[in-house]
Design a binder for this molecule. Sequence first.
Ligand code: SF4
Length: 368
Amino acid sequence: MDSFRHLYLHIPFCRHKCGYCDFNAYAGMDRLMPDYVDALERELAYARERFQFQQLETVYLGGGTPSLLPAELASRLLSFIRTNFNLAPDVEVTLEANPASTDETRIAAWMEGGVNRLSLGVQGFDQRALAVLERRTDAAQATHAFRLARSMGLANVSIDLIYAVPYQTLDTWLETLRRAIALDPDHISTYCLSFEEGTLLHRRRAAGKVPEVETDLQWDQLDAATSILEAAGYRRYEVSNWSRPGFESRHNHAYWRCRPVYGAGAGAHSYARDGSTAWRWWNVARPREYIAASPSPRADGEELDARKANAESLMLGLRTAEGAAIPAGFDDEIASLQKAGLVERLNGRVVPTRRGMDLHNQIALAVL
Ligand code: SF4
């Protein structure tokens, strides 16, 4: 099995469960945090014995809300990683933060622990859209958190935004983009809101309590994002991600390039490869069960044969501007995508066109 060079840690705690969220995230479980960090350390120590890890190129603390961890627990976890893994000198260490839990003490602990990239879950600056999403943060908190991180020396800060939110007009979305750009982040992610089954927002829409979002408006919002962000110097390097040159997320690139990633924590997924075969496995999802199961919290997994592994590599590579190497056995699929104007061949690779990036779901359907 190829060695791991990328590490993901899942921190499943949240102050409140947002209405649109279907991530493995839980409110009201903060008292489990110390035991959870113990369990993460046990899992990581065990993984070190069972798998080959080379110098880590990226570490990503995602959630949930990693910024909710008290500063001393975050410091302990980051120090454990530094002590037990060999980190590349230019390792990218990202932490996802909610503006409401981004304060001076925590930022100092993160930076001291090696965090050099902050992904700030802003989601929007427009109160009405934030209310639909049931976000409990506002524009003032987001702006304050961003400026604080910058003033303390964080040189790589990303902002997440959501569009296609009920009641969000083209104008309010444009204003959100302008306010984001005015902060001068290095990276901006824009996600199209999806109504996932099992979420409160899905139930509210089914009950007619929130309106549908017109498809034309969604397209106009995506189009506006592409124009305004590119004009401001951000390059769209993935379906939902824009960055200044050199600030692309290296960790997320590892997923899109199908590199082995070890995922630790509740519900975390790992991906490994050996030649043409790949494996994916995932941990038990609920924090309490995860704590009890650590150091071997694996719930289930699957082996991907060469055809399936190659199809996934192609589909994920085609999310990105760099595209993918052309695997054997996909000539018909690529020819029909080319005919539909969704991809093109370039220097021995296949890359998505602008239309292909906008309609990536059609690429996925054709390839998988
Ligand atoms: S803060 Fe993020 S992970 Fe937590 S509930 Fe809200 S959307 Fe989900």
